[in-house]
Ligand binder design. Sequence first.
Ligand code: ATP
Ligand code: ZN
Length: 288
Amino acid sequence: MQSKITIAIQRKGRLYENSKNLLIKSGINFSANGERLLARSSNMDIDILLVRDDDIPSLVSKGVADLGIVGENVLAEQAATNNKITAKPLLKLGFSKCKLAFAKPLNSKLRSLKNKKIATSYPALVKKYLKKNSITAEVIKINGSVELTPYIGIADCICDLVSSGATLEANNLVEFNSLMDSEAVLISPVTLNKIRQNNIVSLIKRFEGVINAAESKYVMLNAHSHSTEMICKLLPGADSPTIIPLQKDNKVAIHALCKEPVFWETMEKLKSNGASSILVLPVEKILN
Ligand code: ATP
Ligand code: ZN
C-alpha cells in the first residue's frame, strides 16, 4: 500500500519557480538540483516529479502523479485532442498568467481569419475556435518560433501565448483577437487515489491557504465611530471587520482581513472618509 503522494511540476521554464515556491510555502521541503527527475521531500511523505510541462496532464490523468501544476493552455490543448487526458483543474494558482491570442504583422491588411493560414503550437484549440465561429481557415502546427512564420511566407497570422506583449512588439506583430486566458492550475486525476485521499485533500487545503493568503491583506486603521459603516463598506473583500473602541475621542480601531487587493486608491478613499493610521499588512497563511 503506497501512502506516498506524488506531485508533478515543470522541471525548468516559466512555471518552475512559482510551482516550487508554492510547494515550499505549503510546508513541503525539498531540493531540486541538477537534472534529477525525482526529488524526495525531506519532511513529508511526498515525491516531486520534475518533468516537461507537456507531460504533466498525462502523468496526472494516468494517476502516476496525484497532483500536478500546469498551464490551462496546455491542459486544454491536450484534452481537446486526446480523450485519455481526463485530469481536471482543482485550483487556479494565480501565476504564469497569459492569453492565447491571434496576431498579425503590423503592416498586414488582414481583416478576418477566413481562408487564411494560421501558424500555432495550439492547433486543437484554434480548430475548435474556428469551428465554433464557422470560419474556414488553414491551421499549421509549429512547435517553436511561431512569431517568425508570417515573415517567411508560412502563415498570414499566428495564434500564440502572449503575456506582456513584448515578444509580439519585438517581432512587429499586433494582436487582433484573443482565444483564451490562461494561468497555472493545480490538477488531479478524475478520482483521487483512495488510500491517499485524505492526505491529498489536506494538501490541497494548504495550497488553497497559500493562494488565498497571497491575495489577502490584513488592514488596520483608526476612525471616528460615526464613520464605521462607510469605512467597512470600502474595505475590499472584508467579511466581518473587528471594531475595537479606542480610549480617546469617540474613536475606534477597525481590523479586517481583505480578500481582494488593497490599492493606494482604496487607502486614499479610506483616508478621505475619515480613516487614519492605515496599515496594510501581508498575510502568510490562511486555514479555513
Ligand atoms: P517545457 O520545456 O517544460 O516543455 P515550455 O517551453 O513548453 O517548457 P514555458 O515557456 O516554460 O514552456 O511555458 C510554460 C507555461 O507558462 C506556458 O504553457 C504558459 O502556461 C505559461 N506562460 C506564461 N506566459 C507565457 C508566455 N509569454 N509565453 C509562453 N508561455 C507563457
Ligand atoms: Zn512544454
